[in-house]
Design a binder for this molecule. Structure first.
Ligand code: ATP
Ligand code: MG
Length: 400
């Protein structure tokens, strides 16, 4: 079907009474960046919506990008119609040559331009009657299977079908910057995506154990960063060699305490890098009770080593929910690739589930913590990972 514009609705931004203009301006900028290079003509804001004029672009490719731009509640592919009822009739007829309601339907009319002749119910009834006459479809205003949207803006009417869900939330960079501790596992990329959708720009940090282990975990972290980058074009990914630090911990610390010590060391190093990159907090994929290091007491002990706030967006989610989210976002299939994460190096079979703080501090006193942190920080490198997209059409879309 001929599509000329995509109308973007936002939901949560509309509630930001005092700062709405700032949020909207950021969303418009982010949408421009998201569709850059696809051949779209113009992105602008009118009557509480963001309008993407498609120009020469492929609508499916544009929709794929928009589906993961935080702040967008839904996307409505639409055609432009002259601002009069006869033109609307003709446009509905033309659209019905290629489109018909699947099941029952309703017509939703929004008149941003109140000077337009005719009330919303009258316009809705007129369009609805036309669709019934041409297709025989049933009208259901309460629970329709699909909705035809008529938006009267200044100077034209936008007529849209098959609205697609966006990812909601708030525009990236309205909530500052966060440093995500990104392993190759299932949880941490999801944690990053969730915070990105709350308006944070994500940087990522991956601890690896090359040369003790293969570089597979680094490749996974890069691929996962490529998914997270879809919502913000690119992600800066810090790579920190952690094998030497682990080897020193192994040499000095009793087995059951090692995991907590690894994690505390990670928190210290991540806090330093977080300050360096201007992050306001760290993010982890921890979920209460999931593994030994994620009991309440161990999480508390681990957090105490951080000098920045630690956000854990998944703390109350169970593994199944997290895995479904990962699957929907396209990171699950990357996360389950085999690798040798640094967490598998030198890990005791029975880590303490409730390490005692006193024992942990005693063990740490055997190490030159400052030197270890400094060495890791100095050997860290950073790379910029661009968004990686699946083939257009391969991504699942949800009609809303
Ligand atoms: P994930 O699936 O995210 O790896 P997990 O359930 O395997 O999580 P842990 O291995 O205990 O749990 O890790 C807890 C959190 O610590 C991870 O979610 C991640 O934020 C961070 N983390 C673990 N390993 C690494 C790593 N190699 N590099 C960076 N962060 C890590
Ligand atoms: Mg892990």
């Amino acid at each position: 079907m001929r599509i000329e514009v995509i109308v973007l609705h936002y939901s949560e931004i509309a509630l930001k009474l005092g700062h709405r203009a700032m949020f909207v301006a950021r969303l418009v900028d982010n949408v421009r960046l998201a569709v850059a290079g696809l051949g779209t003509a113009r992105v602008h804001h009118t009557s509480g919506r963001v309008i993407v004029e498609l120009g020469d672009s492929d609508p499916a490719a544009v929709l794929q990008r928009l589906a993961v731009v935080p702040g967008i509640a839904n996307c409505l592919p639409s055609r432009r119609v002259a601002a009069n009822l006869e033109a609307l009739d003709a446009a509905v007829d033309e659209a019905l040559e290629e489109w018909s309601p699947k099941g029952s339907f309703a017509v939703s009319v929004r008149r941003a331009d109140k000077s337009f002749a005719g009330s919303s119910p009258d316009i809705g009834a007129r369009v609805g009657a036309r669709i019934v006459a041409r297709t025989g479809a049933r009208v259901d205003l309460k629970n329709p299977d699909c909705t035809v949207h008529v938006l009267v803006v200044f100077g034209e009417i936008l007529l849209g079908f098959d609205r697609v869900g966006g990812c909601g939330g708030l525009p990236v960079s309205t909530a500052g910057r966060l440093l995500l501790l990104l392993s190759g596992g299932i949880d941490s990329p999801v944690a990053g995506l969730r915070m990105q959708r709350r308006g944070a720009r994500i940087e990522a940090l991956h601890f690896h154990s090359v040369p003790y282990l293969s570089a597979a975990s680094q490749d996974k972290a890069r691929q996962l960063a490529g998914v997270i980058a879809r919502g913000q074009q690119n992600v800066r990914l810090w790579m920190v060699p952690f094998g030497d630090a682990q080897a020193q911990i192994v040499a000095a610390v009793p087995r059951p305490l090692r995991v907590v010590l690894y994690r505390r060391m990670m928190m210290r190093i991540a806090s330093r890098i977080g300050y360096k990159c201007g992050a306001g907090a760290l993010v982890t994929g921890e979920s209460l009770g999931q593994v030994a290091s994620q009991t309440l007491s161990n999480m508390t002990l681990i957090e105490r080593a951080a000098t920045m706030s630690v956000l854990r967006p998944l703390v109350g989610m169970d593994k199944l929910e997290i895995s479904r989210y990962a699957d929907r976002e396209g990171c699950y299939e990357i996360s389950i690739l085999p690798d040798q994460d640094c967490c598998t190096l030198f890990v005791p079979r029975h880590p303490a589930t409730a390490a005692e703080e006193e024992r942990v501090l005693e063990a740490e006193a055997l190490l030159d913590v400052t030197a270890i942190v400094k060495a890791c920080r100095e050997s860290a490198s950073v790379e910029t990972i661009e968004a990686v997209w699946p083939a257009v059409g391969a991504q699942r879309v949800a009609l809303v």
